[in-house]
Design a protein around this ligand. Sequence first.
Ligand SMILES: [Ca+2]
Length: 160
Amino acid sequence: MTKPRWPLLALCLLLAAGCRKDDALEPNDTFESATLLTPGSERLASVFQNSPDVFVLEAPAGKTLVFKLSSRGGEDCPEFTLLGPGEKTLYEDAEGFCSDPWKARKKDASVQASGGRGSGYEFRVGVKDAGKYYLRIQERRQADNMLGYSWDYALTAQVE
Ligand SMILES: [Ca+2]
């Protein structure tokens, strides 16, 4: 006889956000375990607090690398980091809570960032050096959130 699972179910109903399941791309929390992106093909994913998502793409010199993200639901609170060849940080968001404005702490001249919460995000990177480019997405928290926030998104990378 199996144990009744109603207490867990009741908790899930009360606190629905805490019972969302992470996506099939896991584990992809580190640069070493990054999910490989194919230019032009969309990835549907979810990022959870304390489980960042890292993506990687090879880009040739002289091109523009474009990362586009749109929201599919959940808490639209991502914090982004972009790394280029040699693990050079090209873009880094200012740290903060979900309610804080979306703004860069560090941005290389080769990067243009646009969009914002509710409208999706776009990064355009002028590729100086051929090699691997990484996008790391981390879900922000709120001061009073009891269970983890998560955000469902669609990501497409293009080489133009
Ligand atoms: Ca992850």
